[in-house]
Ligand binder design. Structure first.
Ligand SMILES: *[C@@H]1O[C@H](CO)[C@@H](O)[C@H](O)[C@H]1NC(C)=O
Ligand SMILES: *[C@@H]1O[C@H](CO)[C@@H](O)[C@H](O)[C@H]1NC(C)=O
Ligand SMILES: *[C@@H]1O[C@H](CO)[C@@H](O)[C@H](O)[C@H]1NC(C)=O
Ligand SMILES: *[C@@H]1O[C@H](CO)[C@@H](O)[C@H](O)[C@H]1NC(C)=O
Ligand SMILES: *[C@@H]1O[C@H](CO)[C@@H](O)[C@H](O)[C@H]1NC(C)=O
Ligand SMILES: *[C@@H]1O[C@H](CO)[C@@H](O)[C@H](O)[C@H]1NC(C)=O
Ligand SMILES: *[C@@H]1O[C@H](CO)[C@@H](O)[C@H](O)[C@H]1NC(C)=O
Ligand SMILES: *[C@@H]1O[C@H](CO)[C@@H](O)[C@H](O)[C@H]1NC(C)=O
Ligand SMILES: [Cu+2]
Length: 576
């Protein structure tokens, strides 16, 4: 049961004691006085689902995929007890966009912050939601997220009127892509020689609903009249303004989202208020969230499409659709038009411009530190290791250790991972980002970047050509444990002697996920002020699986005693 309950500091004894005490210390008394605790009890199991009318096993939360929405208010504590009933599969759940200040063990990143939750076990996550905004949760173990384990977190502002915009009603839009192949099939393909690629998604889902053409499905697996795969209907009333909270949890696809006939004013990105701008449609990358406002000012006697289209890769998937319905949702008839098809999939500059336009709301600017203590330049390349296709950063393709870094570092288990520091930079002057990698060979490593506590760190992500000629993809990079300022974007080769002069230090947006455009670069800055160990990786499920990530450590000595619940795998004794 998803027994959500609120209690004013009641029931603390139900949280594992260690988790709670450490967590308690990190909260101020004034916050405690008014904060509520939002409790959820989740059971994770495989069930037959037909999200796009085709029957497939999906990993569900209390029988649902997407899982239940977590609703809380700023300053609340969220407690989710997760029972793994997957029978033969481990599990970990990540709270995407929640910084886990004081609770680094609750980040839910298998191999980084915890051991996996074993079948039959229950693990309790407890963390504060310290900022209002739109967030996501999802599995963070293997490619489990693409099996359907995901949902939304909505944190309301603590005080009414605290937000720099107003609206009459709210809707949630959770975008995803979906395959009929199992995650095991997909992962085995990625790790095979020769490489087997699953291809473009079979469908695009909006709030877990899509539509596959049954005549193309295996006989007996597809039923187009199932209520489960009927398009979601979003109800509006004439003259009112609605906030749509939009999140993308795609495994692969960059998406463009449009509400036919209703321009959108972008007001929030990843939990931060945006200097409002109006778009006909919104580009959204995996791991990003936005809030947009629309006004219901069109002919109420017909319905309108909500449409999700693949961009950045040559699309092979039908538009994902839902329906906007006036008169409070009176009609669910399909609109009389064809669904919007979005911009040209290869129009990089169209997407680039929206990225550049996303800056902080004038009344909510948090200026970044003027200079950084350290700059890390990361060249993103596709490589080969022992004939396997991998992704690498500065020639290093990431692998997760068996002992979570948080445990290994706190307990001094030096043999648990590669102790050599990974490369800070690459030969940027001589590297032609438009050519196939001259030497595609790379190495694998589980080394991590150790950051001085409190230091200011710049990261520049440089995109490049893949193993195939004339090909460079968009990568949405996500940082755990922090938000970063987005200082700048470019297309072409980043030059550390030139481009930092053009950084936006005036009103950059803070985000937790950002796009690196094809053949482009993106520059970020963050403060290493959250004690813990934090993953930073491409949010494309296949890319992270193939090594596209790194890990940061900061202030490990300041992390409180770890809960034993996160331990029990890998090395448990010190030495080499
Ligand atoms: C996905 O499933 C289809 C149909 O069963 C199969 O032909 C294809 O090889 C599978 N792809 C992968 C990567 O396993
Ligand atoms: C479904 O596929 C069949 C066969 O390929 C095609 O004739 C039909 O037009 C398709 N239907 C839709 C709604 O796209
Ligand atoms: C398809 O689903 C509908 C609605 O649940 C059901 O009435 C119908 O029997 C199903 N068709 C088949 C062939 O299973
Ligand atoms: C919608 O339908 C109602 C009732 O038929 C009619 O009075 C109204 O004028 C129509 N509105 C528009 C914009 O066509
Ligand atoms: C996009 O691809 C089409 C062909 O598919 C080509 O005609 C067009 O020039 C391309 N546009 C851009 C911006 O590259
Ligand atoms: C990667 O390693 C190769 C040698 O194996 C070297 O030639 C190349 O310059 C390195 N690339 C980067 C980006 O460091
Ligand atoms: C890359 O590695 C392969 C085999 O591992 C080797 O045959 C090849 O010569 C290497 N390429 C370069 C340019 O060193
Ligand atoms: C890549 O692009 C260049 C320049 O646009 C062109 O000359 C070349 O033929 C292309 N190569 C391939 C394999 O498409
Ligand atoms: Cu990627």
């Amino acid at each position: 049961m998803d027994m959500e309950s609120e209690s004013q500091q009641a029931g603390a004894q139900r949280v594992p004691r260690l988790l709670f005490i450490s967590f308690f210390l990190s909260l101020s008394l004034s916050t405690l006085a008014r904060a509520a605790t939002r409790r959820h009890e989740w059971e994770i199991s495989y069930q037959f689902k037909s999200p796009d009318c085709v029957r497939k096993l999906a990993a569900t939360i209390n029988g649902q995929s997407p899982g239940p929405t977590i609703r809380a208010a700023q300053g609340d504590t969220v407690v989710v007890s997760v029972k793994n009933s997957l029978l033969t599969e481990n599990l970990a759940l990540h709270w995407h966009g929640i910084r886990q200040i004081g609770t680094p063990w609750a980040d839910g990143t298998e191999g980084v912050t915890q051991c996996p939750i074993l079948p039959g076990e229950t693990f309790t996550y407890a963390f504060a939601v310290d900022r209002p905004g739109t967030y996501i949760y999802h599995a963070h173990y293997g490619m489990q997220r693409s099996a359907g384990l995901y949902g939304m977190i909505v944190v309301a502002a603590a005080a009414p009127g605290a937000e720099p915009f107003a609206y009459d009603g709210e809707h949630l839009v959770l975008l995803n892509d979906w395959w009929h192949n199992s995650t095991y099939e997909q992962a085995a393909g990625l790790a095979s020689v020769p490489f087997v690629w699953v291809g473009e998604p079979h469908s695009l889902l909006i709030n877990g609903r899509g539509r596959f053409n049954c005549s193309a499905a295996v006989a007996g697996t597809c039923n187009a009249t199932l209520p489960e795969c009927a398009a979601e209907v979003f109800a509006v009333e004439t003259g009112k303004t609605y906030r749509f909270r939009i999140a993308s949890i795609t495994s692969l696809s960059a998406l463009n989202f449009e509400i036919e006939g209703h321009p959108m004013t972008v007001v929030e990105a990843d939990g931060h208020y945006v200097k409002p701008f109006v778009v006909k449609n919104l580009n959204i990358y995996s791991g990003e969230t936005y809030s947009v406002l629309i006004t219901a000012d069109q002919d109420p006697n017909r319905t309108y499409w909500l449409a999700s289209n693949v961009v950045s890769r040559k699309p092979g998937t039908t538009t994902g659709t839902a329906i906007l319905s006036y008169h409070g949702g009176g009609s669910s008839s399909p609109p009389p038009t064809t669904p919007p098809t979005g911009p040209a999939w290869n129009d990089t500059m169209y997407r680039f411009q929206q990225s550049v336009m996303t800056v902080a709301h004038p009344a909510h600017v948090e200026p970044p530190p003027a200079i950084a203590d350290r700059a890390i330049l990361l060249l993103n390349t596709q490589n080969k290791i022992d004939e396997h296709i991998r992704w690498a950063l500065n020639n290093v393709s990431f692998t997760l250790p068996h002992t979570p870094y948080l445990v290994a570092m706190k307990r001094g288990l030096l043999g648990a991972f590669d102790q050599r520091p990974p490369p800070e930079t690459y030969a940027h002057q001589g590297y032609d980002i438009y050519e196939k990698p001259p030497n595609p060979n790379a190495t694998t490593s589980d080394a991590l970047y150790r950051l001085r506590f409190g230091s200011v760190v710049d990261v520049v992500l440089q995109n490049a050509n893949m193993l195939d000629a004339n090909k460079s993809e968009t990568h949405p990079w996500h940082l755990h444990g922090h938000d970063f300022w987005v200082l700048g974007y470019g297309i072409g080769r980043f030059d550390p002697a030139v481009h930092p002069a053009s950084y936006n230090l005036k009103d950059p947006i803070l985000k937790n996920t950002v796009a690196v455009h094809p053949y482009g670069w993106t520059a970020l800055r963050f403060k290493a002020d959250n004690p813990g160990v934090w993953a930073f990786h491409c949010h494309i499920e296949a890319h992270f699986f193939m090594g596209m990530g790194i890990v940061f450590e900061e202030g490990i000595e300041r992390v409180a005693d770890l809960p034993t619940e996160i331990m029990g795998c890998g090395k448990t004794k010190g030495g080499h």
